[in-house]
Design a protein around this ligand. Sequence first.
Ligand code: KIV
Length: 282
Amino acid sequence: MSEDQAENRRTTVSDIQARKGGKPIACLTAYSKPMAQWLDPHMDLLLVGDSLAMVIYGMETTRGVTLDAMINHGAAVIRGSEHACVVVDLPHGTYEDSPEQAYTSARRVLDETGAQAVKLEGGVEMAETIRHLTGQGIPVLGHIGLLPQKAESRGGFKIQGRDDEGWKQVMADGVAVAEAGAFAIVIEGTVEALAREITETVAVPTIGIGASPECDGQILVTDDALGLFSDFTPSFVKRYAELGEDVARAAKAYADDVQARRFPGMEHCFGMKKVKKDPPRL
Ligand code: KIV
């Protein structure tokens, strides 16, 4: 349990920022109220990631999810949590055109969900937007390295920083996003030494996913870590449970009970109200 949890208050973006170089920041994604309730006591940060497009809605990429959907899921996660700092992804197409477009989207997310911050993908090219948002009081979690929203246009889900040019670009992205005012930066899918060097260079916490154990925190997609999403499992994921298999076992046990008339039992059924009879008049 973190100090903020012991203090019985929600973790703020300043609390997260203050963890630079300290106790690693534990983060997972959450998309629903019940899952947020299970995760919240143990997490410093819950991300309502646009990965929900793939793991919840079965879309092929993260690009199909709308701002309204992100807001609905964000509000659900806020209802299910009281300790973790909650961050909501700005989905593809809602922030890249201009800093003003990003502000309108981010304002809606914070006002309509109660989340603490938004996350957006991009490095040097998004620095002006991040500066604009943070200048208007909107906390931003940066996201550099492998950018799922842009993966298609960049030749697929490829580990970043494997050559000199790529290394320099991701390093420049990290520095630009930190200097623009992001309170922390997700580093996804990079060469380990690059994520380590960015972590040593920037003044804000880095949160790794397929990055480096030296990052200031780690994040995974919950459905990957719990074995709920089985279409594919990236090699950087550690499975902590096989809940999908548990669900299938439970579904089979239920179907067997129904078909054998073992469920429902009488204890699951209702009788009529007991009517209290008046005593006989003498
Ligand atoms: O959408 C998401 O879940 C993310 C994490 C992978 C960092 O951006």
